[in-house]
Design a protein around this ligand. Sequence first.
Ligand code: ADP
Ligand code: MG
Length: 283
Amino acid sequence: MIRIAPAARKKQIPPPIIKNRYVLVEEIGRGKTAKVHRAWDRKNDSEVAVKLPIVPECLLAKEIFENEGNALGQVRHPNIVQIIEHGESEFGRFIVMELVKGRCLNDIMARRMLSLKKRLMVLADLCNALAAMHEAGIVHRDVKPKNIIVCEDERAKLLDFGYANVRSGFSCKHLTRERFGSPFYSAPELTINSGDPRLDVYSLGIMMYEMLLKNAPLRVMIAIRLLEIQHSFKHLKRQVFTGRISQLAGEIIEAAVHKDPLKRYNSAAAMGETLQMLLRNIE
Ligand SMILES: Nc1ncnc2c1ncn2[C@@H]1O[C@H](COP(=O)(O)OP(=O)(O)O)[C@@H](O)[C@H]1O
Ligand SMILES: [Mg+2]
């Protein structure tokens, strides 16, 4: 029998295992503070997603993770990613969630992959997700295409509750309101009023504008676009929202992105109802 000398054996590095249960397989996504892995749950023999901080010792990341774990633990909804467990591990804080199979909405928009009806259905799903969260007293505050996955059945799931405003319990030292949100999608009043569901309605309105008008992300020339939306909307509406997309789509966006939150839809549910009306008119 031929014996292979130990030095000649191929060195196998064992995959990291969280809590002696979740075997990390590969990185599938990355944001500002976190990386997300596809992993194998040894207890349930199933695939899961494990979110870990990029810098485990970062205090801000710890707060964001704790905040997200608390928020996700309070809602269960088909259009919101389902949490399995969260806590502290040998790799810093961790969150285990269902593995959402699909594509990031940002990619889908860039590749113009969805029909008009499917785009409206994604938006209606997001209204439902946000309505459920708002009902639970949680405002997401970071609604944007990168935090949404469109699943294989073309329904949307909302992710990334790190900046959510959870009504009870958790207080943040490091997570100040200046730190969160993405400027293009954030309502103008974000830094002065950080707990109003209409913040999410605004972000959804901007996404609807991007998805219907250009069917693509518009992150270039942010300032000009914002001016376009906030100041020349009536003009735009006359020009673009006639015929195929219809006047109603323009009215929904206008009512969602109004600079004055009191003139916006007062809930994601109300915006969702008008979207359903629009959907009924589209083949
Ligand atoms: N449960 C999940 N299933 C599949 N992919 C996920 C899941 N959660 C996050 N991702 C992917 O990882 C990326 C980063 O995750 P996210 O929670 O947004 O991190 P960050 O808080 O750093 O922005 C997402 O944009 C998404 O593509
Ligand atoms: Mg994110």
